[in-house]
Design a protein around this ligand. Structure first.
Ligand SMILES: Nc1ncnc2c1ncn2[C@@H]1O[C@H](COP(=O)(O)OP(=O)(O)OP(=O)(O)O)[C@@H](O)[C@H]1O
Length: 300
């Protein structure tokens, strides 16, 4: 694997913004990725994930700020074979086999890993003689992954790599990526899927409206939105009194039940059980889905 001693960082973004005319797609991102990390870039549609990845790939330049890949300008890093990307679609010839596809790609590079080794690493050695047209979406993505591994890149970028794949295809794809990343490769992938980020990344960078709104492990992201939900049966709930309790974010009354989002669930439960006729009091932690919506400001 190729690394550079001049910078220990795989990716460094400092004060990066990107405007498209009046659209501010990226509004000031600072981000450092360390070698060997698997990082998910998680965010809703239009958050700025692809725009940021394109800048890391040297496909576009930031409006302000700097982007460095392994201590180099992204285009130099690409030219040196330090970076590869797996995109969502395109780029495959249907009438040749999996092995022929990788061999053909290898012939375009001066110096590559052996074809059989990358087929093995991508988990598609068993289907090497299959025509691309006969491969499932997941197998085609693993083929793109094999092609991306040919220059033995230190950094691998994946833009929503599992869109349209079924659960099994997704699992097989990620187990190949994970096994390979054990060797020290840095991986940055964009995704809409919370579960995918939580399951396969060491670190989640949550992005919304062109800014990073949270950065940490799956459990850390959940802890940031550390509120709990308290539900109880309580006809004629005094919503003003509940809203006035410390740490209450939101009170919702539906029919005879009340739902409260609060940081201090004990105080709410104590109030409900001692000061009111509430019954069936239920407290649940926020799931990753709710944490995501609350942190990206997209909750109802
Ligand atoms: N070439 C462009 N010209 C004008 N606006 C653009 C261009 N590329 C992106 N945008 C806008 O910039 C914002 C960020 O888009 P971007 O594609 O980076 O988001 P994303 O997080 O990758 O979204 P998705 O998950 O839908 O792919 C959006 O408002 C988008 O419409």
């Amino acid at each position: 694997m190729t690394t550079t001693s001049t910078s220990p960082l795989a990716v460094r973004l400092a004060g990066v913004t990107k405007d498209f005319g009046p659209v501010q797609a990226v509004r000031g991102i600072d981000l450092e990725l360390h070698p060997g990390e698997i990082v998910a870039f998680l965010g809703p549609n239009g958050a700025g994930k692809t725009t940021t990845i394109d800048m890391v790939l040297g496909l576009s330049r930031p409006t302000t700020g700097t982007v460095e890949v392994l201590g180099l300008d992204p285009r130099r890093a690409i030219a040196r074979g330090l970076v590869s990307a797996v995109m969502q679609t395109g780029g495959l010839l249907k009438d040749i086999t999996v092995r022929e596809t990788v061999a053909y790609t290898a012939s375009l590079f001066a110096d590559t890993e052996p074809v059989d080794a990358v087929l093995e690493r991508a988990g598609i050695a068993g289907i090497a003689d299959r025509k691309v047209a006969k491969c499932s979406g997941g197998e085609q993505q693993r083929l793109r992954f094999a092609m991306a591994l040919l220059p033995d890149p230190a950094l691998l970028l994946l833009d929503e790599p599992t869109t349209g794949m079924d659960v099994e295809g997704r699992r097989a794809f990620w187990s190949a990526i994970r096994a390979d990343a054990g060797a020290g490769r840095t991986v940055l992938f964009a995704t809409h899927y919370l579960e995918e980020a939580d399951q396969y990344a060491d670190r989640i960078v949550l992005i919304s409206k062109g800014r990073i709104v949270a950065d940490g492990t799956g459990p850390q992201i959940r802890a940031l939105a550390s509120g709990r939900t308290i539900r109880a049966w309580l006809p004629d709930a005094d919503t003003a009194a509940i809203a006035g309790l410390g740490g209450v974010d939101h009170v919702d009354v539906r029919g005879e039940s009340v739902t409260v989002h609060a940081k201090d669930s004990d105080a709410v439960a104590r109030y409900l059980l001692t000061e009111t006729d509430a019954r069936d009091v239920e407290i649940t932690a926020m799931g990753l889905e709710e944490a995501f919506l609350s942190l990206t400001g997209e909750s109802a």
